[in-house]
Design a protein around this ligand. Structure first.
Ligand code: CDT
Length: 310
């Protein structure tokens, strides 16, 4: 049998500042893409909201400024170099960006294949934070203000020789998000994230924050027998320190590659898409072993969660 191996680069990005032009950031990303292609990668994965600072950390009243963080078309003049480089170098890419679709705004990720065609789109479903300005906070987390909950579900695409899915940042903390992909046989999950190193409203030491990040990536991978590529925006971004720890995780939940800086850095792994098949066929053989008929009962008997109906 031919081995189905995708060589994947996670392109961790150091800070992208409010003052940086999108053109300059895209040039940085093109450089990372050329480096990845030079190292024989099939696919490069960029972070959530890769081309701008993580703008939900501010309450922004000036609509023109707010709009400047979004993409109204994809590709656009500013993002076209990513598509051109993908086609020229024969490398696919995953890109997180703020999307405007008519009256609607989403926190979105797309997958572009080696010919430069958009083959998949996912819109973030678990939006953390709050919708109103909370001036007492050290920094805001206004994703609930700036984005709607994604309306495309959790699809899996047959593309690039495998079954690929996407989650965005906070989605990775929810096992059910991973499981919906797992139930569709996903083999590789791509995840961009922006996570502050410090919790803005409760004490949580940085080592625990990093632990939680890796814990969710590793558990999601093992429990669904799939590769997971988690890619951060890292370092001091406009005064807020962002966690790095970008990682590529095997279907056994082991870390195959881990970022060692808080800067632009490629982490690379050869992802054998069949490596999780024995997990899917055995310990997490859903058809043979899942007991969905009991899960509702567990929720009711704990008394901690109101039954939500069917
Ligand atoms: N971007 C994003 O979703 N960030 C959140 C920070 C929430 S603080 C726990 C995350 O889950 O990483």
């Amino acid at each position: 049998m031919t081995r189905r191996v995708l060589t994947v680069a996670g392109a961790q990005m150091g800070p992208v500042l409010r003052a940086d032009s999108k053109a300059a950031t895209v040039a940085r990303m093109v450089d990372l893409m050329r480096q990845a292609a030079g190292r024989s990668c099939d696919l490069i994965v960029f972070p959530e909201l890769a081309m701008t600072t993580f703008f939900p950390r501010w309450f922004i009243e000036d609509q023109a400024e707010l709009d400047s963080f979004y993409e109204f078309t994809m590709p656009s003049a500013e993002t076209q170099p990513l598509f051109d480089t993908a086609r020229e170098c024969g490398i696919g890419f995953h890109l997180g960006y703020a999307e405007v679709d008519g009256e609607h705004r989403f926190n979105t990720a797309i997958l572009v294949d080696k010919t430069g065609e958009i083959v998949a789109k996912y819109r973030k479903i678990h939006l953390p934070g709050h919708a109103e300005n909370e001036p007492d906070r050290e920094f805001q987390h206004l994703e609930k203000r700036y984005f709607e909950v994604g309306n495309l579900g959790f699809p899996v695409w047959n593309t690039m020789g495998g079954k690929l899915g996407m989650l965005i940042c906070n989605d990775r903390r929810w096992p059910e998000a991973f499981r919906v992909l797992g139930l569709q046989g996903v083999e590789l999950v791509l995840i961009g994230y922006n996570t502050p190193t410090l919790n803005g409203h409760a004490f949580e030491p940085p080592h625990l924050r990093i632990h939680h990040n890796l814990l969710t990536l590793q558990a999601g991978a093992y429990q669904n027998g799939c590769w997971v590529v988690g890619v951060a925006k890292a370092g001091y971004e406009d005064g807020v320190h962002m966690m790095g720890s970008s990682a590529i995780v095997t279907p056994n939940g082991e870390i195959a590659a881990l970022a060692s800086t808080l800067e632009d850095e490629l982490i690379i792994a050869d992802c054998d898409l069949d490596a999780g098949a024995y997990i899917k066929a055995n310990i997490f053989n859903f058809a043979a072993h899942r007991r969905t008929e009991h899960y509702g009962l567990i929720v009711e008997t704990t008394g901690t969660v109101e039954p939500q109906g069917t």
